[in-house]
Design a protein around this ligand. Structure first.
Ligand code: PGA
Length: 255
């Protein structure tokens, strides 16, 4: 089964729209010699940068896919401060991260809300990147697989069979995000294999095609080993995606 790796840059709350344009352009320069038929790259800037990034990607014919970091599950309405999937689709957004651990921990997002968002993203014609991952306490208590399984069952509950064709799951152990600590390639592989099995149990026959990213302190120094694992089909990169040189080296490791 060949799955095209997806390397995604989650810029979080960094870079204003002018800085974002510069990073897009620098990254395209760094990646000019890369083979985009063998790896997909998505960039997830803050909402206010999306239009600028879309314009530069379009004008310069850059090969990146545009992504968002979050959205609401409703198409419109009285939801002050929120952005709908339809609005993102109109900006040529291809991928939307949903259920990132920062949203779950800092903004109280439940599996149920994540499930509604993932389904709304898929219905709007984009691919959800659904994030799951255990805390350090969960891991030390031997509950990591159980926690991730519960998150997947809850977060994917509203997707139809057709939606599973574009679904991406990002396994991001919470203790590895932004900490400089990453899971060992073997631990990451074991959990990604579990993710594939659980997704296949939820919708029989979909596990094989599913793209699973690993995320949590992915850097040029560890990317090669992580991405070489059979069940890891890409990376969700935070800190290192803000530096075009580092991010390009991570993309290269996925080739
Ligand atoms: P990090 O973030 O690469 O800075 O650890 C990953 C993420 O939060 O998606």
């Amino acid at each position: 089964m060949s799955r095209t790796p997806l390397v995604s840059g989650n810029w979080k709350m960094h870079l204003n729209h002018l800085e974002a344009i510069q990073v897009c352009q620098k990254l395209s320069y760094e990646l000019a010699r890369h083979r985009y038929d063998r790896v997909e790259v998505s960039l997830h800037p803050p909402f206010v940068d999306l239009r600028s990034c879309q314009t530069v990607i379009d004008a310069d014919r850059l090969e990146f896919k545009l992504g968002a970091q979050n959205c609401h599950d409703q198409s419109h309405g009285a939801f002050t401060g929120e952005v709908s999937p339809a609005m993102l689709a109109k900006l040529d957004v291809s991928y939307v991260i949903v259920g990132h651990s920062e949203r779950r921990a800092l903004f109280g997002e439940t599996d149920e809300f994540v499930a509604a968002k993932a389904a709304a993203v898929a219905k709007a014609g984009m691919a959800p990147i659904v994030c799951v991952g255990e805390t350090l306490d969960d891991r030390e208590a031997g509950r990591a697989a159980e926690v991730v399984t519960t998150q997947l069952q809850g977060s994917l509950a509203k997707l139809t069979r057709a939606h599973f064709e574009t679904l991406v799951v990002a396994y991001e152990p919470v203790w590895a995000i932004g900490t400089g600590r990453n899971a060992s390639p073997q631990d990451a592989q074991d959990m990604c294999a579990t993710v594939r099995q659980v997704v296949d149990d939820i919708r029989r026959g979909t596990g094989q095609h599913l793209r699973i990213q690993y995320g949590g302190s992915v850097k040029p120094a560890n990317a090669q080993e992580l991405l070489a694992q059979p069940d890891i089909d890409g990376a969700l990169v935070g800190g290192a995606s803000l530096d075009p040189t580092q991010f390009a080296r991570i993309v290269q490791a996925a080739l």
